[in-house]
Design a protein around this ligand. Structure first.
Ligand SMILES: *Cc1c(COP(=O)(O)O)cnc(C)c1O
Length: 386
């Protein structure tokens, strides 16, 4: 069943691209970094792309570029991977959790405005599961309150909103290139923006806050450099960038396959009241990093965890995305958050299931997953007698 588990696809051409760089003069801070940044920016239609060592580093760089600091508040959705909120804390700021829309599990613009205070500096919208948020509404709110809008687009590379590519919809958009994401460099991340000053600040941030890198100094024949900011070593290597360039070429085909699989799930689950896929806006082209369903089991003799365990033990790698961030022990302890803060997110975590979805799955695999869950639910008859 390993075909169900392995989400990444590495071709001979990918391997050749990496080997070529391994045999070259530059393993890091070399020419491939800029080439990958250009190719990535070109792919999403953004002016600038900045390559970093992970999606988490991308979020941290974004918070640094916006000068988030102690006393600042940043609005984040309750349903996301913890890194979305953690990046605010790295800068000394306070993440303020906003509940999500029950149908899409995207940040709820109506609840967003209630959470804005004089300390609020930014919004991080998360394109959960690969569905771009309603950026027009979010831009209006951000503009009205003078907030910076950041897109955590780690799920949504390859997606579109009103025919505009993900990566161009916010002031800063962040991506992850972890193997489970829509394309990979092993570990890796990218920030896209139309603001060249912010891009320069983030390129310095990934290199200790130093104003030149090794290769730039070599080209100038100088040893002198200055550290302008407190940065980190968040660089992406040249061989990872070579892998990224090669992977980008296949990304459109992978997104199309993810969408095809999603269509199969959607039509199969239309036949049962017990499996309800998340809502999808007609304004978007969904990148389907995840295919998430609500399980409606109120009338059945089972629960989500039983379904999860049975599928897992039969080699079907279902998952649950995510424990609401405000319920993690760190946030409860540090920020006093807890149950009741974001009830929609909390309820979703009880009835959610992520079905297997990645381009390595063939039609038979998808049908197997569908049949398995439908049969499982059929075998759990309703005991309620009306
Ligand atoms: C994967 C992910 C991240 C973090 O990316 P890494 O590359 O694993 O650091 C951040 N936010 C979201 C929504 C993610 O899915």
């Amino acid at each position: 069943m390993s075909r169900f588990l392995k989400a990444q696809s590495i071709s001979d051409r990918d391997i050749e691209a990496v080997v070529e760089v391994l045999q070259s003069d530059w393993l890091t801070t070399g020419p491939k970094v800029g080439e990958f940044e250009l190719a990535f920016a070109d792919f999403v239609g953004a002016k600038e792309a900045v390559a970093v060592s992970s999606g988490t580093a991308a979020l941290h760089a974004a918070m640094f570029a916006l000068d988030i600091q102690s006393g600042d508040e940043v609005l984040v959705p309750a349903v996301t991977f913890a890194a979305t909120a953690n990046c605010v804390v790295y800068q000394g700021g306070t993440p303020v959790f906003v509940d999500v829309d029950a149908e899409t599990l995207l940040i709820n613009p109506e609840l967003l405005e209630e959470k804005i205070t004089s300390k609020t500096k930014a919004i991080i919208a998360v394109d959960y599961a690969g569905q771009p948020c309603d950026y027009d509404s979010l831009q209006i709110i951000a503009g009205k309150h003078n907030l910076s809008l950041v897109a955590d687009a780690c799920h949504a590379l390859g997606g579109k909103y009103k025919n505009r590519a993900v990566g161009t919809l916010a002031k800063l958009s962040t991506f992850s290139l972890h193997p489970v994401k829509n394309m990979t460099t092993g570990e890796g991340g990218v920030i896209t923006t139309s603001d060249s000053d912010l891009a320069e600040k983030m390129r310095r941030f990934r290199n200790h806050g130093i104003n030149s890198d090794h290769r730039q100094r070599e080209a100038l024949g100088t040893w002198y450099y200055e550290m302008i900011d407190l940065g980190y070593n968040y660089r992406l290597t040249d061989f990872q960038c070579a892998l990224g360039m090669s992977q980008l070429l296949r990304l459109p085909e992978w997104i199309a396959r993810r969408q095809e699989i999603a269509t199969k799930y959607t039509s199969a689950f239309a036949e049962t009241p017990h499996v309800e896929p998340l809502g999808v806006s007609s304004d978007v082209s969904h990148a389907y990093h995840l295919f998430v369903v609500h399980l409606r089991l109120e009338e059945l003799e089972t629960n989500r965890d039983e379904i999860f365990n049975t599928m897992r033990s039969n080699g079907l790698p279902v998952n649950v995305h995510y424990i609401p961030v405000h319920l993690h022990p760190f946030y409860r302890t540090r920020f006093g958050t807890g149950t009741g803060l974001c009830p929609v997110a909390e309820a979703a975590c009880e009835d959610n299931l992520s079905m297997p979805i990645h381009p390595n799955l063939d039609d038979e695999d998808v049908e197997e997953a569908i049949e398995f869950i439908l049969e499982l639910l059929e075998g759990k008859p309703c005991l309620l007698i009306s």
